[in-house]
Design a protein around this ligand. Structure first.
Ligand SMILES: [Zn+2]
Length: 438
């Protein structure tokens, strides 16, 4: 990038919508998002209120300012996917099995192929392109047990400018031979990757120690993860928790002294800020209180829970307890990487409560960023945050009424949430850099 490009301030004009909370959002129909050359948001306001700062008459005051008029397009914060699997991008839509049988039939063979780093790199390219095309600007990602494949995934993410919390999967028990690691090797390789990648890309790349789940972990592995997590400040732990009943029974036999599945992780120091537990469906009241008290985070994956018939997330109870949580696509158990589909399913999955579109958008943006403890950087269009945003053309998908853009913003959000998918995304920006454009 030349010096002049890096100094360039860009003003994006369009309909700016950004969550303030689970019930309120900022709404500037003729709004402006102003991003400096470092990719930081320096102004968000109705254009009429701030244009005097940037233009006099018909002239732009400063040659280092460019105006990008997006017309009636919507400008929203980038979407946050709190849980998905890079190697599984090729395995969506493989139906007909509950969790453990589905893993054995489809997923483990696909992951074993990542011993071939060329294959791994090819899939990583596909994966990060898909993420950007779906408007996802922060993703929390499982790779596979393979160190070289994980290295390649970080290289691809760095090249493409993606923001990701990612880690090598750790499995040292009850796994197919091709995916069973030696415990010490798993811990050593994970630490090496964390040291190499955590904080790279000026902080766009973050490392998560990633034991797959209780079923495929020995006590030694989980104890080692707890030690590494404590030893490397700022890193994450990302794992699955209480997804399927058969899984929970298996874990109970494997760790008989634990009070609950969550208690297994807790006993090894895997709890607290920057631990992300995917699913967390079958929790009891004490578990929910522990999640809230420790500021641990949950990735709610409704599409996946629907697909594998795993159960219903205790949405109302978990909200009431004040737990941090956002949404995850859980590709490939979730069949789509589009967070719009996940938002819709979050509502459909609940038999007794209605989750309003502003709340669903919040969960897929600011709520997710809070759950990742990155809301000081991303998740909403706020002065001082990094410019992670998407340009959405609500009229591009058939099935949405022609005059949607002239309707109240609540109606626009409802159409996005219930009818939207990747076809709505016109462009995706991370830290002010365009990483996808149709
Ligand atoms: Zn998963």
């Amino acid at each position: 990038m030349s010096q002049s490009e890096s100094d360039l301030t860009k003003i994006y004009l369009g309909h700016v919508i950004s969550p303030l909370s689970s019930t309120a959002y900022l709404d500037f129909v003729q709004g402006a998002l102003v991003v400096n050359g470092k990719g930081t948001i320096i102004d968000v306001a109705p254009w009429s209120e701030i244009q005097h700062k940037y233009i006099s008459g018909n002239h732009i005051n400063d040659s280092n300012v460019e105006i990008v008029d997006l017309g009636q397009r919507l400008i929203l914060p980038g979407l946050v996917d709190l849980h998905l699997h890079l190697p599984q991008v090729s395995q969506t839509g493989r139906s007909g099995q509950h969790l453990l049988a589905w893993l054995n039939k489809y997923i483990f063979p696909a992951e074993a192929r990542f011993s071939d780093t060329n294959h791994a790199r090819k899939i990583a390219n596909w994966f990060f392109d898909e993420l950007a095309a779906n408007g996802t600007t922060l993703a929390v990602v499982f790779t596979t047990i393979h160190k070289d494949a994980t290295d390649a995934a970080f290289e691809v993410a760095l090249e493409k400018g993606s923001r990701v919390i990612m880690g090598k999967v750790m499995m040292d028990a009850n796994s197919p031979e091709a995916l069973t690691e030696d415990t010490e090797t798993s811990l050593r390789e994970s630490e090496e990757l964390a040291v190499k990648w955590h904080g790279q890309g000026d902080g766009l790349l973050l490392y998560a120690f990633t034991p797959r789940f209780g079923v495929t972990s020995t006590s030694e592995l989980l104890a080692g993860v707890g030690r590494l997590f404590a030893k490397h400040p700022g890193t994450y732990v990302h794992t699955h928790l209480s997804e399927a009943k058969e899984e929970i029974q298996f874990v109970a036999t494997q760790f008989p002294s634990a009070r609950s599945y969550l208690d297994v992780y807790k006993s090894f120091g895997i709890i607290g800020k920057r631990t992300v537990f995917a699913h967390a469906i079958h929790l009891d009241d004490q578990d929910i209180k522990t999640v809230a008290d420790t500021h641990s985070s949950l990735a709610h994956c409704p599409s996946s829970n629907f697909f594998l018939k795993s159960g219903v997330f205790l949405y109302a109870k978990i909200c009431a307890a004040g737990c941090l949580f956002g949404l995850g696509s859980d590709v490939a158990a979730g069949p789509s990487m589009s967070l719009f589909n996940v938002m819709k399913d979050a509502n459909y999955m609940q038999p007794d409560i209605w989750i309003e579109p502003p709340e669903l958008l919040y969960r897929a943006t600011l709520g997710g960023a809070k759950a990742a403890h990155l809301d000081h950087l991303t998740g909403s269009l706020t002065v001082g945050k990094e410019a992670d945003f998407i340009v959405v053309d609500a009229s591009r998908k058939s099935g949405i009424v022609d005059n949607i853009l002239s309707q109240p913003t609540d109606e626009i959000l409802s159409s996005l949430v219930f009818l939207g998918d990747d076809r709505l995304i016109e462009a995706t920006y991370v830290r002010g850099r365009c990483i996808f454009h149709i």
